[in-house]
Design a protein around this ligand. Structure first.
Ligand SMILES: Nc1nc2c(ncn2[C@@H]2O[C@H](COP(=O)(O)OP(=O)(O)OP(=O)(O)O)[C@@H](O)[C@H]2O)c(=O)[nH]1
Ligand SMILES: [Mg+2]
Length: 192
């Protein structure tokens, strides 16, 4: 596995043209974006995992396998950050999508939240408006009993209005779904 940090920036104009494709990772603060990026890339500390939520303020770009650029976008919905944080995040997301850098997006939702938040639905809508392909990834799958996993996944799919079977359950802790996610990311140009 090969991975490197490329650059940090407040907007898409700071990112570099590296690899054959780019994928943006978005989700609520504390959902496990940075941990997932480390798991995908097989690194432990390349992406900083926050002890306090809401810390990733910048876009952080990584290059994985010399092929795919992965961008850790700022998290949203951290209660203490308030409304300003939300509108800032939406502006950042719109700017990122508007730059047409991303071949696709990965939207992360916590698998324990069967009914996803209106924030996640809002983000999904913004992404779909730009016709960017999106994969919904249900994080922290180690936190629900195995026999409840599918139920949670189906609930999330239904509350985001996506077809059953279109999301992927993962765990950075147990490694569940990581091999499948890597496989999909390497063929991201085929996503629809
Ligand atoms: N049980 C479990 N905990 C996880 C998993 N992934 C992340 N966490 C924990 O969730 C917390 C947040 O993880 P991060 O990866 O920093 O989340 P983030 O989405 O990058 O957060 P921000 O950058 O603050 O928006 C940390 O305490 C992680 O250890 C997982 O798969 N399972
Ligand atoms: Mg983070």
């Amino acid at each position: 596995m090969k991975a490197s940090f490329v650059v940090s920036g407040s907007g898409p104009e700071h990112l570099h043209d590296v690899g054959d494709a780019e994928v943006g990772f978005i989700g609520r603060s504390n959902v496990g974006k940075s941990s997932l990026l480390n798991s995908i890339m097989g690194t432990h500390a390349l992406v900083r995992v926050s002890r306090t939520p809401g810390r990733t303020r910048l876009m952080n770009q990584f290059l994985w396998q010399d092929q795919v650029a992965l961008v850790d976008l700022p998290g949203y919905g951290y209660a203490k950050a308030g409304r300003k944080d939300l509108s800032e995040m939406q502006a950042v997301l719109r700017a990122y999508l508007g730059s047409h850098r991303a071949s696709a997006m990965v939207l992360l939702v916590d698998i324990r939240r069967e009914d996803v938040s209106s924030l996640d639905r809002g983000v999904m809508q913004v992404v779909l408006e730009t016709s960017t392909p999106v994969l919904v990834v249900c994080t922290k799958a180690d936190q629900v009993p195995k026999n409840r996993l599918l139920h949670h996944v189906r609930q999330i799919e239904s509350s985001l209005d996506i077809a059953p079977g279109c999301s992927l359950a993962v765990s950075s802790q147990s490694g569940l779904g990581i091999v499948e996610l890597r496989k999909r990311l390497l063929e991201v140009r085929k996503w629809t």
